[in-house]
Design a protein around this ligand. Structure first.
Ligand code: ES4
Ligand code: ZN
Length: 308
């Protein structure tokens, strides 16, 4: 298995149906069904929002510190088996705070699992962009007592209508705290969202970013500044951002000399972990082993653990 870093992974998106059922039983939470195949059968999505509806609904089973520990420990085991040596992992504190689960529980469980895990890993706190900048700022301030538990901030959830520029202040505060900055941009949103993420939020990486390819000047900027893009091919197909893997723009991104990485996003929902994404690129797009190895090398260069 080629060694790689994973840089675009939502820990809540690793919640497999088997664990949904196990945690529901443990926490006595009522589910519409306890049949894992019936749960999995719902994982057919028309767009990003229809996925997010299911993703947020399933989080009801995560209540205790041990639940968050088990979630992250299970991901780290699978990631190690797929050749991941280093992971920078997103989590969505607002999705838990709003259900009455305190930050202490979330950080406690996730941090302990990362510390005990089989590979090097760090957390990136994501703001839910559809809940607006004021709530994002509140969450960041509430999370600062846990500053040593996370290395950066990100921006995720429903993209269109929630442009990066709204979050200028909270990203400024995060930068002032020495936190790294990333944002989802150019997944469903256009190149203008990628420009804003770079110019207004000062992000160091762009999550997805595939629609940057619609703007040649933006492509030149990304190439010249060696700004990494965390591309998630199976996610893009499942969320119908691209019609099929064979239509994916990733090979053209490589041809443009962009710092492309390959990642799994929400593997419990999108049909594969990170090496499954690499394998799909070989199978469906004919990428060579040399190209895939170059992408894996990019993932280390693009990580916040990279030292020249
Ligand atoms: C996400 Cl694929 C994707 N896009 C935006 N926000 C997300 N949160 C979890 N997965
Ligand atoms: Zn994502």
């Amino acid at each position: 298995m080629r060694p790689k870093a994973e840089l675009h992974l939502h820990i809540e998106g690793t919640l497999e149906p088997e664990l949904v059922v196990e945690l529901a039983r443990r926490n006595r939470i009522e589910l519409p069904t306890y049949d894992v195949e019936a749960i999995r059968a719902r994982y057919s999505f028309a767009n990003l929002q229809s996925f997010l509806d299911v993703y947020y609904e399933n989080l009801a089973v995560l209540r205790a510190e041990q639940d968050f520990y088990d979630l992250a420990a299970a991901y780290l085991r699978r990631a190690a088996a797929q050749g991941v040596r280093h992971a920078e992992i997103f989590f969505d504190p607002q999705a838990h705070l709003s259900r009455g689960v305190p930050l202490d529980v979330v950080f406690g469980g996730l941090s302990a699992a990362l510390k005990d895990g089989p590979l090097s890993a760090a957390l990136i706190l994501c703001f839910l962009r559809d809940r607006g900048p004021e709530e994002a700022e509140q969450v960041l301030r509430a999370a600062l007592p846990y500053r040593e538990h996370f290395i950066g901030v990100g921006l995720d959830s429903a993209e269109v209508g929630h442009p990066p520029s709204l979050f200028r202040r909270v990203f400024e505060i995060a930068g002032g705290e020495g936190l790294h900055r990333v944002a989802h941009a150019g997944e469903e949103g256009g190149p203008d969202y990628v420009w804003e993420a770079l110019d207004v939020l000062r992000v160091e990486r762009v999550d997805h970013g595939i629609r940057a390819m619609e703007d040649p000047q933006l492509v030149a900027r990304l190439r010249e500044e060696r700004i990494p893009l965390t591309v998630c091919p199976l996610s893009n197909v499942r969320l119908r951002v691209v019609p099929s893997l064979r239509d994916h723009i990733l090979p053209a991104m490589l041809d443009e000399g962009l710092l492309v990485t390959v990642n799994s996003d929400d593997p419990a929902y999108f049909g594969g972990y990170v090496e499954d994404n690499y394998a799909a690129l070989r199978r469906e797009l004919g990428l060579s082993e040399e190209q895939l190895d170059a992408i894996a090398r990019n993932s280390f260069e693009a990580s916040f653990a990279y030292e020249g």
